[in-house]
Design a protein around this ligand. Sequence first.
Ligand SMILES: N[C@@H](CCOP(=O)(O)O)C(=O)O
Length: 426
Amino acid sequence: MRYVSTRGAAATVGLSGAIAAGLAPDGGLYVPEAMPRVDMPRSPGSLAGTAAHMLEPFFAGDPLAMELPAICAEAFAFPAPRRELRIDRAYLLELFHGPTAAFKDFGARFLAACLVRLRRDADRPLTILVATSGDTGAAVGAAFDGVPGMRVAILYPDQRVSPRQAHQLGSFGDNVRALRVAGSFDDCQRLVKAALGDATLQADVPLSSANSISLGRLLPQMAYFGRAALSATQRMNTIVPTGNLGNAVACLWAREIGFPIGDVVFACNANETLPEFFAGRPYRARDAVATIANAMDVGAPSNFERLRHLFGGDEATRLHGHAESVDDAEIRDTIHRHAAADGEVFCPHTATGIRVLERLRMAGDEREWTMAATAHPAKFDTIVEPLIGREVEVPDALKAMLERESLAEPMAADSRVFSEWLRGWQ
Ligand SMILES: N[C@@H](CCOP(=O)(O)O)C(=O)O
């Protein structure tokens, strides 16, 4: 399998090359030259087993192919149950049972397992850059914490992540440093992409990415959608809360390779880049606005390039997807109402998906839907607890992380300042 850039101006590469680079040299995102078709397993099997089966053609011909089962076993070491909600014909795909209580744990651990193998003989450390609006950074920090030969720089928008997320981001060992950037998530993403595209900087400081721009993050995210779809009794219509569009593209790729996934709807917060596009207006990236579903505060979703590439242009993309915007008042109302009526407690991001389901029901849609639950509500205690009138139990791994010391350094939203900081990291 070979990979091409969405911008079409970079040489094709194998999977290891694409994972090592993170971003293509022309600034585009790597995608498979042709999407494979995968035979459906007879029964769902384990999550790690489904992942290895789904990803096999993507690894074909690559030095990592032999190690794929071991990589999957390391990454998919905790469950992703699809459980029936106490809401009519609705299921929740719980993706928050990993060490940092968000879906990003799967992809971050998969990427770490790949990069450790690719860098076995490297004589210089690799610095992994990650822009985060709250969840990715901690997952990547946890996956690379203390790993020899690997360093992580986490960039997050200062004051625009939840207090517990901020604590997590600064709670790792010396090889993981948290930078609180004076700006938005989109500024953080710009700094990361500028650094990755700077050949002179890369000669001094070898860099890679751990955002969903990296195939090593995106490909494994197909697995839990595929596994969940196999366990459903009919094609799995799916609502995916989304910001940077990584999870949504992973779900669509899983459908594209043949897994029984039906309609896919993107649930967004008040950041309207995608809802506006799907409503027929031209794609217009802008700076993110702050919301209580902060991990989705993205104004320029990186994976939009992959979406457009998958369907071949704007009109075709609009035919295959749909996006809805949910504002903070609706998110609050959804969390409050469901806790009171049926005892279901959702994080603000998952609540956007639940709200979109309610809109579908109001429009007469009677079908079965599955909502991706992106993070554990305990990460957003300051928002959720006042709405539900009680404490949310904190998962053990998150509790342990919150007991550690936490430290973050200030960083200007300026790529020259960031490059110098990287050069100065001894
Ligand atoms: N929602 C993210 C933003 C970055 O997304 P990614 O999937 O590209 O890493 C976060 O929580 O940081």
